[in-house]
Design a protein around this ligand. Sequence first.
Ligand code: C2O
Ligand code: CU
Ligand code: CU
Length: 489
Amino acid sequence: PFTIVAKSVQHVILEGKPAPLLAYQVEQDGNTWINPVFRVRRGTTVRTKLWNALDESTIIHWHGLKVDANNDGHPHYAIAAGATYDYQYSVINRAGTYWYHPHPHELTAKQAYLGMASLYIVEDDEEFALQRALDLKLGVTDIPLVIQDKKFDEQGRLVYAPSEEEKVNGYVGDTVLVNLTPRPHVNAATRLYRFRILNGSNARAYRLAFAQGDRQLEYAVIGTDGGLLDRPYPVKEAFLSPGERLDVLLDLRRAAVGDAVILRSLAFDPMHAESGAGMAMDHGAMGSQGQSPSPHAGMAMDGQAPGASPGTALPDGAAIDLLRINVTSKTAYVPRVPATLSTLEPVKALDVTPREFLLDLKDGRWRINGKVFEMMKTPVVVKRGASEVWEIRNSERSMPHPMHLHGFLFRVLARTGSPEQLKGGVVNEQGLTATDLGWKDTVLVWPGETVRVAVDFSHPYPGDQVYLFHCHNLEHEDQGMMINIKAQS
Ligand code: C2O
Ligand code: CU
Ligand code: CU
């Protein structure tokens, strides 16, 4: 058992500028941890006390974990400043890279943005076998990357002040941090590396690629939100929207000492068409073919906001360099990448009438099926144990929405009406990209696109359990692009 204190701490993100950060603090064995990464074996019973030492309400949501509603951190359970909340649940999820963040009504975006978020890694025997086969060590050769874009003031303090327009578009920053670190680098040897990548940004999506000079390297996607895939899928790029995770292998065996590989987000059309065509035109000029104008165009290494001209924000869809990997040593390394990573059941084709969800905008509010969130209403009722097909349709005049379900995971069945820029990453006839494979809790739906998912509503929790389905653009979520889902027997 341990206590997580939600509080404001002093922390240095920008060199020489200590500033307040909202954080989760855990004290254990005489150490104080800020936003610790939890590492839990499947089957473990977790007992945690949340102590709210903020000056406003909060609650923790364990993003991706299949827990009962009492432990899920629905905003209805938010606790006042000074109060505590006891969590107790057993971890029944597959091994995977999950995460935790606040979920109080209308305060989620601000608290997550100001610092409260970290990873929650679940492990099981399959996962241990992979770690042994690839000789992986968490934090050394198995490296979690939490990508978040932020804005700072002169004193180095985080600024969260979305305008009315930014509440509609989402709040994007001009400095992209990885693990709360600006301009990060890691030193590597000539071997395989695993990166567990979380897009922990409020509103910005990334088009992830590894590049060496002008050359885009192939990498292997081995896992997504809900853990390992059946086998590695080789790709050259993958979109990752807020809330989603991607587990990848990068092979540096043929690199030479002195080489540098850059993890970057390639330029893309952010497809903002919420208020007419104007915005989409502006950003479209970036090009949507995935090639940034020069290999160092988005380089953040000089401290300049990457991709932005001085004084302007870094627009959504801009090319950004995220992490520099310096190859600094040679090593003899023979990986045995298992042919089968995990026994992932194939997606079942269900002969059922899909349940429809339409995403649109009215009077400056994003809606699901024509409604904004109402705390005490449960418009969607599902039968515990049922298998459903959900059809999530995004309107034409819209923007991308990363749709997230609490309490249950799903499989993506098909994408239709996808934008051109997705084509480069498509891996099967159903139009899926590598990010869509395996068990998912968050799926990106582009404007004009329809995404079908198969949801498995089985869990061991009796009675009524109320969860959420919402957009993980956190400004959208706070503005009410969210709906209660009640599971009942
Ligand atoms: Cu990560 Cu309801 O969210
Ligand atoms: Cu969640
Ligand atoms: Cu949205």
